[in-house]
Design a protein around this ligand. Structure first.
Ligand code: GLC
Length: 491
C-alpha cells in the first residue's frame, strides 16, 4: 500500500512529547512490512536546518488560504534512513525565525494552511496514496475535505485513518474558551472564511470523517467512550463505535536500551545489572544530590502538565521528604505555578530535590539512574515513560488509567507477579500508599532485584502494533468504498 502519514511533530525534527516519538518509529515499522510509507509535517523555524539535510522539491506554489494567496515550497529529507519525509515551507505560516513549534497566539491559521497544502504536495509528487493516516488534531481537516470531494477528484478515492494520541488537544486555538453555542459541531465542511478558522475543532472533524478512528491503547479507547473522560468528544465518538479501535504504541528498543544508549555514562543489561548503580551515582553527581546507593531515587520525566499528575505529587510533597527519598523531576513546562513550586522545593530541600528542564541526555539518565519511576497521570492515552523505565530496570508506580492500565500490573507479594505498583483513586493518599509498597519492597534487596530483572525482560516492540495498523488500513480502504470488512474487537 501507499501510505502518507501526517503529523505536527516527528522526532528528531520536532518533538514535544510521545507523539513525536511515535512518528519517528511507526512509519519505519510499517515500511518494514513492505509498504511505501511517507511522512509530511511543517518545517518549523525551530528545526535545525544545518544539522538535518533538506532537498527542495518542485517549485514555489501559491497556496490559496481563505482567498489570500501565499507562496509555499516543499522540501524532503529521509527519516530514520529509510522513510521519505516532506516538509511545508512557508515564511508566513511557519516563519524561519520562530522558536516555538505550537504558538497558541497564532491561532489555527498555520495548521489550516498546512491541511490545505497536503493536496498541493500530492500534485507536486504526482503520487496518490491509498491511505492518508492523520495523527492527532494537526491534519484533522484532511478526512473532512476528502469525504466531501466530488467523485471525479483524483483524491476522492483516498481512504483516511485518524489516530487520537491525546484528546485534550483539539486545535491550536483554545477550544475551551469558545462559548458552548459557538463550538464546532464537526458537521459539514470546515468554514472557509478566515474569521472563522479559530473556531474549527480539527480533532473532532478528523474523528467525524475518517474511515477508521484509532487511539493509542485499548483502555484509552474505553476511557474515550465515557463522557467524563472524553474531553467533550463522546458525542462524536459514540457513533463511531463500530469503526473505533485501540492499538497500543510500541517502543523502539534499538534506541531505548540501556545496553546501547549513548547518553549513559555506563551501559548495562540484565547480566551486568550492577552497573545500573554507576548510573545512579552519575545522576546524583550530575544533579548535585548526595551520592548514596542507600537512598531511593524517585524519578519523573515528562511534560510537566496537569495530565501527568503533578498535583498529587505536590499534595504529598512533605510526606515524601520525610521518607528521606531523593526526587528527580526532568521536563519542560508552560505552567508558571508548577515551575515555581518545583524551584522553591529544590531550594528548600537541596539534598533531596532536583528539577531540571528536559534534555535527551538527562532523560536517559533519569530512566537509568532512578530506582522508581513515577507516573501518577490523571489520564494517559498510552504513555511511553513507563515502558522505557521497565527496560532500564526502574520500577514504575502508576495510576490505573489508559495505556498505564494496559501495560503495568500491580506487584503481588504472594506469587511475585506484576511489573510495577498501581493505584486507582486520583488522590495523594492513593499515590502515597502505592509508593509505600514500592519503597518497602525496595528495602528487600533480593526481591527488588528479582522484580528489576523481570521488568527488563518484558518487550513492547512495534512489530505487533505495526501489523495491526496494516489491517486497519486494509479495512479503511474497504470502508471507504462501502465494502464489508471485519476486525474482532479483541485481536
Ligand atoms: C500523547 C499522550 C501519551 C501517548 C503519546 C503517543 O503524548 O499523552 O500518552 O503515549 O501521545 O501516542
Amino acid at each position: 500500500m501507499n501510505i502518507l502519514m501526517i503529523a505536527g511533530e516527528v522526532a528528531p525534527y520536532a518533538k514535544t512529547g510521545g507523539l513525536g516519538e511515535v512518528m519517528a518509529a511507526l512509519p519505519k515499522a510499517v515500511h518494514r512490512l513492505g509498504h511505501d510509507v511517507r511522512v509530511y509535517m511543517p518545517l518549523y523555524g525551530a528545526i535545525d536546518r544545518q544539522k538535518l539535510a533538506f532537498v527542495p522539491i518542485g517549485k514555489t506554489l501559491q497556496l490559496n488560504v481563505g482567498g489570500e494567496r501565499t507562496p509555499i515550497n516543499f522540501s524532503a529529507s529521509i527519516l530514520a534512513q529509510e522513510v521519505p519525509i516532506y516538509f511545508l515551507e512557508s515564511e508566513k505560516y511557519f516563519p524561519p525565525d520562530k522558536a516555538t513549534i505550537y504558538d497558541p497566539k497564532s491561532g489555527n491559521l498555520p495548521f489550516y494552511a498546512f491541511n490545505l497544502s497536503v493536496f498541493r504536495l500530492l500534485e507536486t509528487l504526482d503520487w496518490v496514496p491509498d491511505i492518508i493516516h492523520v495523527h492527532d488534531w494537526h491534519a484533522g481537516l484532511i478526512p473532512n475535505i476528502i469525504k466531501n470531494l466530488p467523485v471525479n477528484s483524483p483524491f476522492a478515492g483516498i481512504a483516511t485513518v485518524e489516530t487520537i494520541h491525546n484528546s485534550a488537544y483539539q486545535s491550536l486555538a483554545n477550544q475551551w474558551k469558545i462559548p458552548d453555542e459557538e463550538r464546532d459541531t464537526g458537521k459539514g465542511l470546515p468554514p472557509t472564511e478566515l474569521a472563522k478558522v479559530n473556531y474549527i475543532n480539527f480533532l473532532k472533524r478528523g474523528i467525524a470523517n475518517a474511515d477508521i478512528v484509532t487511539t493509542v491503547s485499548e483502555q484509552y479507547a474505553k476511557d474515550l467512550l465515557i463522557p467524563a473522560t472524553s474531553h467533550g468528544l463522546y458525542d462524536v465518538l459514540k457513533p463511531r463505535a463500530r469503526t473505533f479501535f485501540g492499538i497500543r504504541n510500541g517502543v523502539d528498543y534499538r534506541q531505548w536500551n540501556p545496553m546501547f544508549d549513548e547518553h549513559l555514562p555506563v551501559n548495562y543489561d540484565i547480566e551486568i545489572l550492577h552497573r545500573k548503580y554507576d548510573n545512579k551515582r552519575a545522576l546524583q553527581h550530575r544533579l548535585k544530590l548526595p551520592i548514596d546507593d542507600q537512598i531511593p531515587i524517585l524519578g519523573m520525566n515528562s511534560r510537566i502538565t496537569e495530565q501527568k499528575g503533578f498535583s498529587l505529587v505536590f499534595e504529598i510533597f512533605e510526606r515524601l521528604m520525610k521518607k528521606g527519598v531523593q526526587l528527580v523531576v526532568v521536563g519542560d513546562s508552560t505552567s508558571e505555578p508548577y515551575k515555581r513550586f518545583l524551584t522553591e522545593k529544590m531550594k528548600q530541600y537541596p539534598g533531596q530535590v532536583a528539577y531540571r528542564a528536559y534534555s535527551e541526555e538527562l532523560g536517559s539518565l533519569v530512566y537509568a539512574g532512578s530506582d522508581i519511576f513515577m507516573m501518577p497521570s490523571l489520564f494517559e492515552p498510552m504513555g511511553v515513560g513507563q515502558l522505557y523505565s521497565l527496560r532500564y530496570g526502574t520500577i514504575p508506580v502508576v495510576r490505573r488509567t489508559g495505556g498505564l492500565a494496559d501495560t503495568i500490573s500491580d506487584y503481588n507479594q504472594h506469587n511475585r507477579t506484576g511489573n510495577g505498583f498501581v493505584f486507582d483513586e486520583y488522590t495523594g493518599d492513593a499515590l502515597a500508599e502505592a509508593l509505600d509498597r514500592a519503597l518497602e519492597l525496595w528495602d528487600q534487596k533480593a526481591l527488588w532485584w528479582n522484580l528489576m530483572v523481570r521488568a527488563m525482560a518484558l518487550s513492547y516492540s512495534w512489530e505487533i502494533p505495526a501489523k495491526k495498523y496494516v489491517r486497519i488500513y486494509r479495512a479503511a480502504i474497504k470502508e471507504h468504498c462501502g465494502a464489508a470488512w471485519a476486525i474482532p474487537k479483541k485481536w
